[in-house]
Design a protein around this ligand. Structure first.
Ligand code: SF4
Length: 489
């Protein structure tokens, strides 16, 4: 699976790289504030927001509990609309299906609009390896493709580049000779992409929601590229995750009331398409052939675990926009195409624990994500659940076991505890060279340095709390007797 990237570096190294990049922080901070404030304003002025959220939870849970039924209903209705269905249990199956379609049509050129499912299976890399040219047509995705970079946010993927960097990327890679004025860059892109839309034999796209009762697929974008991808090329391939199915148009309406508000703090996006099959007789626009890749890739398995709530996710990014950890380590710190709080649940849910390093610990468990999630996913609880499972499955670091065993002994045995406090104080004092806390200069001490490199570690006190409290009370009483003000109120 292509969910993980930059895995030749450890989580710590990736995070260190990101922490050094001030531009990224400021970009993320600004985006978080814009989206967060926008969302907050719309939510405050919308009547029944919480009712809508509750309804969305019911709808999404209902689909998860009846996943097979809705997958079948969607597939049957899409087939009735004239679509060709392909069921892909794994990412590799999806890739084979796509390669078959290209081979059958002798096609070697495709345009694509943003799709997380294609990122998940590494479609671009495989097509390019087999000599098929694929062009990303979403502005941000095109920037990433040209720069050979990875998305840093699930909704605004090229957040880590500013206009200067973008202009420079096109200058170096594509011979762009214009300025860094955004309008000029987009006009340039529009010109080159228009030609590519006309030339491409296959259009590849994602799907925000698939409607079971009508067999339709939706596309929610703020650029017109999606509509060009799904109407210009003769052959269209739509990637649909089975967790994207909603029962009917009414349920779709509920999701669409939540999605743009939660994602970018807008009532609606510039474009919303609901496509039902290839062009019909007499219709001018639209593809001649529509293939739908209905992709499982671990979702059925997830539906039967304690992480099934995650299948409600609509990829709005609201949890990223509020997360204090994401704000600092940015999307690239996680090393997954699904970053931030949602990624900490979904990534190990899809790829397991072996290759994710310490990813699930990149969370303070503050719970802000769960509060903001439009479909009420208890994200921080699920992150904690992953941590528990990692320990239960003995996938945690081997050194943790003796450390926690020692702590258990220390905290649960009174004589050991007393002895530890007694010897701990002078040892720590010696290490702190007379200071009241271990600080940055303790970075040479293994394990402790993880804490002291950024914060102080107060020295243990061998004075028992009871003793301190008794002395404190006696002192106060003495002060009171002598009429000294300012004691305990
Ligand atoms: S977990 Fe919730 S807030 Fe985060 S992307 Fe998914 S739906 Fe949005």
């Amino acid at each position: 699976m292509a969910i993980l990237y930059n895995t030749d570096k450890s989580l710590k190294e990736r995070v260190a790289d990101c922490l050094e990049d001030d531009f990224k922080h400021n970009a993320i901070k600004t985006a978080q504030e814009v989206f967060y404030v926008g969302r907050g304003k719309l939510v405050a002025e919308m009547e029944g927001w919480e009712d809508l959220r509750r309804h969305a939870v019911e709808v999404r849970n209902h689909v998860t509990e009846n996943l097979d039924y809705y997958v079948k209903q969607f597939a049957q209705n899409a087939e009735k609309n004239g679509c060709i269905m392909h069921y892909a249990p794994s990412g590799d199956d999806a890739l084979w299906e796509v390669l078959d379609i290209f081979e059958k049509h002798g096609a070697s050129y495709a345009v694509k609009s943003k799709s997380m499912m294609t990122e998940e299976v590494g479609l671009n890399e495989i097509l390019e390896e087999t000599g098929i040219k694929i062009t990303e047509t979403d502005c941000a995705e095109n920037i990433l493709q040209t720069a050979e970079s990875k998305p840093s946010h699930i909704v605004v993927p090229a957040l880590h580049f500013d206009r200067e960097a973008i202009a420079q990327i096109y200058r170096e890679k594509r011979g762009y000779d214009g300025s860094s004025v955004p309008e000029e860059i987009t006009h340039y892109l529009r010109k080159i992409l228009r030609h590519e839309f006309m030339e491409a034999e296959v259009g590849i796209r994602g799907c925000n929601f698939a409607v079971a009762s009508t067999g339709s697929v939706t596309l929610v974008t703020n650029e017109g590229n999606g509509r060009m991808v799904d109407s210009f090329p003769k052959v269209q391939i739509v990637f649909v995750g089975i967790d994207r199915i909603v029962p009917d148009l009414e349920a779709l309406d509920t999701m669409m009331a939540l999605l743009p508000r939660s994602a970018v703090g807008a009532k609606m996006t510039a474009y919303f398409s609901l496509d039902s099959g290839p062009a019909g007789p007499g219709e001018v626009d639209g593809p001649e052939e529509v293939h739908i890749i209905l992709m499982d890739n671990g979702r059925h398995t997830l539906a039967n675990t304690e992480f099934s709530d995650m299948l409600r996710c609509m990829r709005c990014g609201a949890c990223l926009n509020i997360c204090p950890v994401y704000r600092h380590i940015t999307g690239h710190g996680y090393g997954s195409i699904y970053p931030g709080p949602m990624g900490l649940v979904l990534t190990p849910g899809l790829v397991g624990y072996d290759d994710i390093d310490n990813m699930v610990y990149a969370c303070s468990l503050c719970g802000a994500c769960s509060e903001h999630c439009p479909v009420g996913i208890p994200i921080h609880d699920l992150i904690r659940e992953h941590r528990i499972k990692i320990v239960e499955e003995h996938k945690n670091h081997a050194i943790e076991v003796p450390i926690f065993k020692a702590l258990e002994l220390f905290w649960s045995n009174v004589p050991v505890y007393k002895f530890g406090m007694k010897v701990g104080e002078p040892i720590m004092k010696a290490l702190a060279h007379g200071d009241t806390a271990l600080a940055e200069d303790s970075a040479w001490i293994p394990v402790v340095k993880g804490w002291t490199s950024t914060r102080d570690f107060d020295i243990l006190s061998s004075t028992r709390f009871r003793t301190w409290f008794k002395e404190h009370k006696e002192e106060q009483a003495a002060q009171k007797a002598h009429g000294v003000e300012g004691g305990e109120q």
